[in-house]
Unconditional design. Structure first.
Length: 140
């Protein structure tokens, strides 16, 4: 229930943003629109937040042993104790049951790198388009 509520907090505001984003994309206006690229950066950052939530809530349970058993895996208490820092760090996300199984899906950490990089690239291109537009208006 909690995860659904958190996802709704992110998804509901993204709905109108996706609508306007898609209209500009379909209309072909996106190529010269600094706003479209800035909006794309915001959507990418929103996707980053959702991905981080999915990864950090993977196996979300007060009892990690229970989460591992629910995933059909054995729980290695000694391994978890020896690698405690790995399971509590902010990035990369891990929640290992034992050396060979991680409750965090394998796609989460690469996506947490790619989406912010794309967001920065979109913001940089939005600034470039805004500067070009401003210079064109001034006639220089």
């Amino acid at each position: 229930m909690g995860l659904l509520l958190v996802l709704l907090i992110f998804v509901v505001p993204a709905g109108p943003g996706l609508w306007f984003w898609g209209r500009s994309l379909a209309g072909g206006r996106w190529r010269r629109s600094a706003g479209w690229f800035a909006g794309t950066a915001v959507l990418l950052l929103l996707g980053t937040g959702i991905t981080y939530l999915v990864g950090s809530m993977a196996g979300a349970s007060l009892d990690p042993e229970e989460a591992c058993h629910a995933a059909g895996q054995t729980y290695d208490r000694a391994y978890r104790r020896a690698h405690f820092e790995e399971n509590t760090q902010w990035f990369p996300l891990h929640d290992r049951c034992h050396a060979d199984y991680d409750l965090v899906p394998g796609w989460v950490n690469p996506v947490l790198v790619v989406l912010p990089v794309l967001a920065v690239a979109c913001l940089a291109y939005a600034v470039r388009l805004a500067v070009i537009h401003r210079r064109t208006e001034k006639g220089t």
